[in-house]
Design a protein. Structure first.
Length: 214
């Protein structure tokens, strides 16, 4: 058994022991400064170790990529049962509610963009207890939708949400927003007619909505 004088680590093979002691004595603060020839050996040994380490890292990354589970598969695993909603993605639009005071006030603000108001509406609804868990799941740039089985809600499945379907959903939210603005106009008709500033804000908001495209 060979034991390193610096760290007391033991080696059964003489070659492994010599390589270790060469490097260990170099990094040990109490060791004498090595000669030029020894430094060359140390650099060569460290270079070989680094190459071996890089190869191992590459192999680990390849193995991870081969066995990496997709988000789609992960969502449909039994362990993710807590993410399963009791309704389908197609029903989500029916559950989206617009807060007349909060969301209309936001839309009427001068520098507010339509998409910012839509995001506010979605954020408020997505965090609502009656809507969670959501039948929509976002991972990076992709969205996934949950479609429940009509006979058994828990036997549904997650699938990739196509861009055209998500755009259709956003357009439906937009239609709800336009409808709500009309309703808000009816409720506040007298106040709007008597207030030029409010009337201007309403007209600009309606123009923004009419010009909006997903």
């Amino acid at each position: 058994m060979n034991r390193c004088k610096c760290c007391q680590k033991e080696y059964t093979q003489q070659s492994a022991y010599e390589k270790h002691e060469l490097v260990c004595s170099f990094v040990n603060e109490n060791a004498e400064l090595p000669s030029y020839a020894t430094l060359v050996k140390i650099v060569r040994e460290l270079s070989l170790k680094n190459q071996r380490l890089e190869r191992k890292v590459d192999e680990m990354q390849k193995t991870w990529r081969r066995h990496k589970i997709s988000i789609h598969e992960w969502l449909n695993e039994p362990e993710q049962e807590h993410l399963i909603p009791n309704y389908s993605f197609s029903e989500l639009i029916k559950r989206i509610e617009i807060n007349s005071e909060k969301h209309m006030t936001h839309l009427l603000e001068r520098n507010t963009k339509v998409h910012q108001t839509i995001l506010l509406i979605l954020d408020d609804n997505y965090t609502s207890p009656k809507n969670t868990p959501l039948p929509i799941y976002k991972h990076k740039s992709n969205f996934y939708r949950y479609d429940a089985n009509e006979e058994n809600q828990t036997s549904g499945a997650w699938t990739l949400l196509e861009r055209k379907d998500y755009e259709r959903f956003l357009n439906q939210v937009h239609v709800k927003l336009v409808t709500e603005l009309f309703e808000w106009r009816k409720k506040n008709e007298q106040q709007i007619d008597q207030n030029d500033k409010l009337s201007t804000a309403y007209n600009k908001a309606m123009i923004k909505l009419m010009n909006y495209r997903v």
